[in-house]
Design a protein around this ligand. Structure first.
Ligand code: NAP
Length: 314
């Protein structure tokens, strides 16, 4: 049997391992650290990596694959891949934009609603017998017609804003530049944005440039009735400041799909009943994961056939 040309790195499910092997003849590895253990001849034959996960893939690992030409990321966020290192080596990087926008936006709205209407706490109220024993749950808070701020009006941020406009919310946003919108309010800086809204939804890219973008100052500006929703990356929020604010009641709550050090997240989150915790599954529906896998494979197939990749990052 000839050596594979595609190496699939990460935790794939059957939905993807089958097509990766069938369409691309891919060999799979659990993580980047396994590359060094491959025989020299196998490493030399690899021209494409199908990458999935959040563990760093940097130049040192790329150098172990001397004929690597493309890294196709499974996901729109490619902050685990050192793109500068890839570019310096003439390696193309691709991602899977757009096909996941709806799902991620849906989850952001679900967490916002869950926070406002205390959906998780209310479910616990019924399940624990409190409803029968203690009567009505404390009143929650009206969401429709409230004020929301979107941090990063990119592909996903815009889908979130479009959905919340349907809830008659007053939409504010910050981005590096003002966008064409149906009259939404632009703020040049996130502190001004946070000061103007009740709900702050973070939809930024991750990576070094946006680390701690939602700073202690931004969180303070949101105030004690404020709720933060994050579907971007754990790194975009100063997580220590967020935990302090939640514990002290400096903000009202949070809905979080992403954290630092996933999946071993800070234990302080577990003790807070004002947060809705989700296991980084914004794009985690069968339909969307199928589309992401297809786009990842289509990028590799295009590259290996000498055609332009479909969704380039660099
Ligand atoms: P996008 O279209 O590229 O939008 C990203 C936003 O980040 C834009 O508003 C952009 O600002 C802003 N931004 C980029 N670099 C910045 C910088 N240096 N400083 C300040 N703002 C910056 O990306 P997308 O497709 O919407 O995806 C956004 C992120 O969502 C992904 O990168 C990923 O990390 C995350 N995500 C999470 C899940 C999940 O499961 N929870 C799933 C998919 C994606 P401008 O508008 O000024 O360009």
């Amino acid at each position: 049997m000839s050596n594979p040309t595609t190496l699939a790195i990460g935790q794939y499910t059957d939905m993807d391992t089958g097509p990766l092997a069938r369409d691309l003849g891919a060999m799979t590895l659990d993580s980047v650290s396994g590359i060094a253990g491959l025989p020299d001849a196998v490493r030399a034959g690899i021209t494409a990596v199908a990458f999935k996960g959040h563990v760093a893939f940097d130049g040192a690992a790329m150098d172990l694959l001397p004929n690597l030409g493309v890294i196709a990321n499974y996901g729109v966020g490619y902050d685990a891949i050192n793109v500068a290192d890839a570019t310096a080596r003439g390696i193309k990087v691709t991602n899977t934009p757009d096909v996941l926008n709806d799902d991620v936006a849906d989850l952001a709205v679900a967490m916002l609603l869950a926070q406002g209407r205390r959906v998780v706490q209310a479910s616990d109220w019924v399940r624990s017998g409190n409803w029968a024993n203690s009567g009505e749950i404390a009143l929650s808070r009206k969401v429709s017609g409230g004020r929301v701020g979107i941090v990063g009006l990119g592909r996903i941020g815009r889908e979130i804003a479009d959905r919340l406009a349907g809830f008659k919310m007053d939409i504010h946003y910050t981005s590096r530049s003002e966008k064409q919108t149906p009259g939404w309010t632009y703020h040049a800086d996130p502190v001004s944005l946070a000061g103007a809204v009740d709900y702050l939804v973070v939809a930024l890219v991750g990576g070094a440039e946006t680390a701690g973008y939602v700073s202690a100052e931004v969180i303070r500006a949101l105030g004690k009735d404020g709720v933060i929703v994050n579907i971007s990356r754990g790194s975009t929020i100063d997580e220590a400041a967020l935990l302090d604010a939640l514990e002290s009641g400096a903000i009202a709550g949070a809905g979080l799909d992403v954290f630092l050090n996933e999946p071993k997240i800070d234990a302080r989150f577990m003790a807070l009943d004002t947060v809705v915790l989700q296991p980084h599954h914004g794009s985690g529906t069968v339909d969307t994961r199928r589309a992401m896998g297809q786009l990842q494979r289509d990028n590799i197939a295009a590259f290996q056939a000498g055609r332009a990749v479909l969704t380039p990052v660099n």
